[in-house]
Design a protein around this ligand. Structure first.
Ligand code: F6R
Length: 604
């Protein structure tokens, strides 16, 4: 988690660092800090709180040098205090760290570092150890120290006697870097760099990166220089901005029609799904006997929709596994299993570990990822990138619908290559996918109606969401969205399960959000709505246009544009995202940075 920036160049270093930290704040936002090198002096400013608080602390500071490092923290070891905030400085060494050093206590005791430590963090122990070994040879010292570390780390280091120079080394936790007209820079992810350039490279594990104003050098532990492998990202240079929206979440919800179009159109040839650009052979889809999807949170919910499609269209055995539970659940995985990892960031440690485990068991691994070159993408046999652009709001929106879009293409491709769909069936299925951006636009145009409905649940403490089949899958996601941004306790139930217990929770005025988008399930879903209504629930319904009349105007409702049943997920999910968004913004919360959360979860 944690956001990291390092910059050495010709721009105003304070502004570069603070602006980058604002963009990286979504990775963790309980404290923030920067260190700027001025000749042989290193000045540190840090505090518990947000980057805006840090800005106030260094408002009047002017720096002559153009070299510094910065950090936004998501606390793991040690509480949220100014002392525990990064950067940490011991002797001649200043550093920021992302990850967890598992043996920090043993190291502190073994090397008798305790007296030098001011914070409760694992990170400061690394600074102390580097300082202990430093004798003017940065690369040698870094190599010596990291061989003693157990755990995950992205370290960015300043040595007092190395003006204008930044060092970095990493294991698991990501670091990307670049060089451009304004200088050399590195960060924990691309969002902080894409304001400057579209070219970057992922720092390989166990290599030492040295940044100077006009030069960057990558060296392996044997001291050999290697050429970085630059990638190009097609994100626009200002795509990580808010574009006039009050929150990234709203901006990202509004971007979904374009994001889906970008994700699918380059992968359709003659009306059929085409993954030749990704080099994916048809045999990947014809040789497998079972599918396992591994993912976390919202990405896992995208997997649940895919599961329903795979069952109903491909009639294949499929499981969706919480990545964090996967390895410990004795999963049935073999050479005939196609494992699909889904992740926006491509860095979620649980998903990464699940994928590595599946590979060890001989499975073929395909991943659906938003961030190019990320760790999960690099571990996978094949990658299908979603083209959502940077997703900054902690609550995932456009990543989810673009993941769904890729799944629809995948299912169509599998159905075609396994002979389940003929050409016409496949083309008609794909044509419907191509209609989803317009259907979503219709929801966005009517978003004020959802804002009004949000008023009905604004003061709720507990809320229930009910639906069957695919409706249940999307309500699980709608419920997660509402929970995380509005702090309302929300549970999604398969409505047929209600009578087996949960209906005991329905009392006078309990808010219930129902989804009715599946024509074949409509009659049963409506009777379940009546059951909760007759126990006093205040029901709000999201219903497909073609069947909206069946409600006879009895419930406040939002009418969704018509699509084939299996595609109703798309407009309905966007409507539920808007519901969560309006509840959160009307309550005056910081929608983009819900408490306790971080965008990228790189600790298990
Ligand atoms: C919820 C949310 C999280 C992520 C989850 C996985 O809105 O964003 O549940 O979906 O942490 O993250 P990625 O997709 O980066 O692996």
């Amino acid at each position: 988690m944690c956001g990291i920036i390092g910059y050495t160049g010709t721009e105003d270093v304070k502004e570069v660092l603070l602006n980058a930290l604002e963009l990286l704040e979504y990775r963790g936002y309980d404290s923030a800090g920067i260190a700027v090198k001025e000749d042989a002096q290193t000045k540190i400013y840090k505090c518990a709180g947000r980057v805006k608080d840090l800005r106030l602390i260094c408002e009047s500071e002017k720096f002559l040098s153009g070299c510094g490092i910065g950090h936004t923290r998501w606390a793991t070891h040690g509480g949220v205090t100014g002392t525990n905030a990064h950067p940490h400085r011991v002797g001649n060494v200043t550093l920021v760290h992302n990850g967890i050093i598992e043996n920090y206590r043993e190291l502190a005791a073994h090397y008798e570092l305790e007296e030098q430590l001011k914070s409760e963090t694992d990170s400061e122990v690394v600074a102390a150890l580097l300082n202990r070994y430093y004798e003017g040879q940065p690369n040698e010292t870094i190599k010596e120290v990291v061989t003693k570390l157990k755990g995950t780390y992205a370290l960015v280091i300043l040595f007092d006697d190395q003006p204008g120079v930044i060092y970095s080394v990493r294991n698991v936790s990501p670091i990307v870097a670049t060089i451009c007209d304004e200088g050399a820079m590195l960060a924990s992810d691309l969002t902080a760099l894409c304001r400057f350039t579209n070219r970057y490279f992922v720092v390989p594990e166990n290599y030492i990166l040295k940044l100077e104003k006009t030069k960057l050098t990558l060296t392996d532990f044997a001291g050999r220089e290697v050429e970085p492998e630059f990638l190009t990202v097609d994100w626009e240079l200002n795509s990580a901005g808010k574009n006039g929206y009050p929150f990234y979440m709203e901006k990202e919800i509004m971007e979904q029609p374009d994001a889906i179009t970008r994700t699918i159109e380059s992968r359709i040839t003659g009306g059929l799904p085409d993954f030749s650009a990704e080099g994916i052979p048809d045999s990947l889809f014809t040789d497998c006997e079972r599918i396992t999807i591994v993912a976390c949170g919202t990405a896992m919910h995208a997997g649940l929709v895919a599961q329903a499609l795979v069952k109903s269209i491909l009639h294949m055995h499929i499981e969706v596994e919480m990545a964090s539970e996967f390895m410990y659940s004795d999963p049935v995985i073999d050479k005939k299993t196609l494992v699909i990892a889904v992740s926006q960031s491509g860095e979620t440690i649980d998903t990464l570990e699940a994928l590595k485990y599946a590979k060890r068991r001989g499975a073929k691994c395909l991943s659906i990822i938003n961030v190019k070159g990320s760790s999960i993408a690099r571990e996978s046999d094949y990658v299908l990138y979603t083209d959502a652009g940077p997703e900054i709001a902690v609550a995932s929106t456009k990543a989810y619908t673009t993941q769904l879009a890729v799944f629809y293409l995948l299912v169509a491709k599998m159905a075609f290559s396994r002979g389940i769909f003929g050409t016409e069936d496949t083309q008609s299925f794909v044509r419907e996918l191509q209609r989803t951006p317009d259907a979503i636009k219709k929801v966005l145009e009517k978003r004020r109606e959802i804002h009004v409905l949000a008023g009905r649940v604004l003061d709720a403490k507990d809320l229930f969401m009910i639906g069957r089949g695919l409706d249940h899958s999307i309500l699980l996601e709608g419920s997660l969205k509402l929970k995380e941004v509005s702090y309302i306790h929300s549970e999604a139930y398969a409505s047929g399960e209600l009578k087996h217990g949960p209906i005991a929770l329905i009392t006078q005025n309990t808010p219930v959000v129902a989804a009715v988008t599946q024509e074949k399930l409509m009659a049963k879903e409506i009777s379940n709505i009546k059951e909760v209504k007759s126990r006093g629930a205040d029901v709000v319904v999201f219903i497909k246009g073609a069947i909206a009349e069946s409600l006879q105007g009895e419930y406040p409702s939002f009418v969704l544009p018509d699509m084939r049943d299996e595609y109703m997920v798309m407009p309905a999910s966007v409507a539920l995202q808007l519901l969560a968004y309006y509840v959160s913004s009307d309550k005056g919360f910081d929608v983009d940075k819900p408490r306790n959360l971080a965008k990228v979860v790189t600790v298990e």
